[in-house]
Design a binder for this molecule. Structure first.
Ligand code: BES
Ligand code: MN
Ligand code: ZN
Length: 505
């Protein structure tokens, strides 16, 4: 779907659908009133009947019978004005565009939601409409014999009544496009089957992203990973015939000296069988999504690059699958990570923290102002927070606040969990410096405290998104109209990009 800005009066526009809006329990005003007047009060009539009150998510379709040139009018509710924010626009735009798509409308024109009475800036509204609309019509069609269904709508024009507002609207559209592209990429990576999305494929996509938005990229293969002494990553990768990759994406690499550096790390386990600590058949289904953290970092880096954010940002993705073979690592082996810390393997299924360990050590070379890792790390975090919020553990309150701010703006929810030093007791080992599991209690926190052994910079945060990737058995809980109810959510890409965008503000 193409998105662009036009200027003019919505009631004079020829289109398959024009979209107008209403705040809950309000009277039509602005462009909605202009359409209502042109329709001789047809919108007011729907409202007066009580059939439409402007509740968030409410949609009504009106047929103008030639009074205005558009074939249909979609009226969408913005919800209560006192609750109104940019996300209300994303949601309203999503509901409206889905309805237009159901009606097989090709050409759709929308007014700028919330830029009048809602008090949003023009670019903010245009960005939210673009983002919400494009994310709402995302549809993973898989690898079926039949050609995928035709996509509707074909075009979305955002109309401004004043020519002087065109450039602000265009700026918003450009940002919305950048965000939607990044999230779509993340969703595709997570949805793809593990025989397609393997470490080499992730590296290839990262390369394409780098090319598209102008990032520096380096992909380390097994020999280079060995040379770096990444024994924890290599231990996990050892059982697989598919070799690992260590992906390094860098935005503003040439300005590393002058700009603050932020490192984003994503777990890239392209399939998690559990290894010799093998998962049950049911527990294994969904584990193609165990690279969702890595996918989120690739998506975020695409957004960050496209938005040309004024920071030095490094994306690191340790990518491997976790398999079984005559050569696979076993429980009770001791691995040595690249910072020299030795790890007794208790469970080969606690592989995510192992590959993250080496990436966290690698991050140190950039002298980062902040490091954030994101991973589908523990079932325990899903038990704690469900599929509603990801857990965030951090060594720095300011960093937590910045992430919580991004979570609130994007509505990709985070909830703080503790890094109490007492958790260290649970991962003490006789055979090595630490062990890779901490027993049944506090499983999300013992994973986080494990990771802390590989951190030597002041501001680090770990996001456990195990419940949020949209993994089969955990999907379908979202009531968000621009997040798919089946398959990958794309969680993390918007969150991380928005965090970087808000850095220092
Ligand atoms: N990838 C899983 C975590 C996971 C579980 C993600 C469910 C999404 C849904 C991770 O590698 C894992 O297996 N974790 C174990 C750790 C345990 C062995 C300490 C877990 O949570 O059971
Ligand atoms: Mn595992
Ligand atoms: Zn895993």
């Amino acid at each position: 779907m193409d998105v662009k800005v036009i200027s003019g009066q919505i009631q004079t526009i020829e289109a398959d659908v024009i979209i107008v809006n209403l705040f809950q329990d309000a009277h039509p005003d602005g462009a909605t009133k202009a359409v209502d007047d042109a329709l001789k009060g047809a919108i007011s009539e729907v409202i007066d009947s009580g059939d439409f009150i402007g509740k968030a998510g409410q949609v009504a379709v009106l047929y103008p019978r030639g009074v205005v040139p558009a074939k249909r009018v979609i009226l969408v509710g913005l919800g209560k004005q006192e609750d109104f924010k940019a996300d209300s626009v994303r949601r309203a735009a999503a509901h409206a565009i889905k309805k237009a798509g159901d009606l097989k409308a090709a050409k759709v024109v929308t007014i700028l939601h919330g830029a009048g009475a809602g008090g949003l800036a023009i670019d903010t509204s245009a960005e939210a409409i673009t983002e919400g609309s494009l994310l709402a019509i995302y549809n993973y069609t898989g690898q079926k014999k039949e050609a995928p269904p035709e996509v509707f709508p074909k075009s979305l024009d955002i109309i401004v009544s004043n020519k002087k507002d065109v450039s602000a609207a265009q700026q918003g559209i450009d940002a919305g496009l950048a965000i939607a592209e990044g999230v779509k990429l993340t969703r595709d990576l997570v949805n793809l089957p593990p025989n397609v999305c393997d470490p080499a494929y992730m590296a290839q996509v990262a390369g394409e992203v780098a090319e598209a938005v102008g990032l520096k990229i380096e992909v380390l293969k097994k020999k280079q990973i060995e040379a770096l002494g990444m024994g924890a990553l290599l231990g996990v990768a050892q059982g697989s015939d598919t070799p690992p990759r260590f992906i390094i994406m860098e935005h503003n690499a040439d300005k590393a000296e002058e700009l603050d550096t932020i490192v984003l790390i994503g777990k890239g386990v392209t399939f998690d069988t559990g290894g010799y600590s093998i998962k049950t058949s049911d527990g294994m289904v969904g584990m193609k999504a165990d690279m969702a953290g890595g996918g989120a970092v690739i998506g975020a880096m695409r957004i960050i690059g496209a938005l040309k954010l004024p920071l030095h940002v490094v994306g690191l993705i340790p990518a491997t699958d976790n398999m079984i073979s005559g050569n696979a690592f076993r429980p009770q082996e001791v691995l040595r990570a690249s910072n020299g810390v030795t790890i007794e393997v208790i469970s080969t299924d606690a592989e995510g923290r192992l590959i993250l360990a080496d990436a966290l050590v690698f991050a140190s070379r950039y002298k980062p102002a902040a490091v954030v890792d994101i991973a589908t790390l523990t079932g325990a975090c899903v038990v704690a927070l469900g599929t509603v919020a990801a857990g965030v553990f951090s060594t720095d309150d300011k960093l937590t606040d910045a992430l919580m701010g991004a979570a609130s703006r994007t509505t990709e929810k985070l909830w703080p969990l503790p890094l109490f030093p007492e958790y260290d007791k649970q991962i003490e080992s006789q055979a090595a410096d630490i062990k890779n599991t901490g027993g049944r209690f506090g499983g999300a926190a013992t994973a986080a405290i494990f990771l802390k052994h590989f951190v030597d910079y002041p501001a680090w945060a770990h996001i456990d998104m195990a419940g949020l990737a949209g993994i089969d058995s955990l999907s379908g809980s979202s009531d968000n109209p621009y997040v798919p109810s089946k398959g990958a959510t794309g969680f993390g890409a918007r969150l991380l990009a928005d965090f970087v965008r808000g850095w220092g503000k």
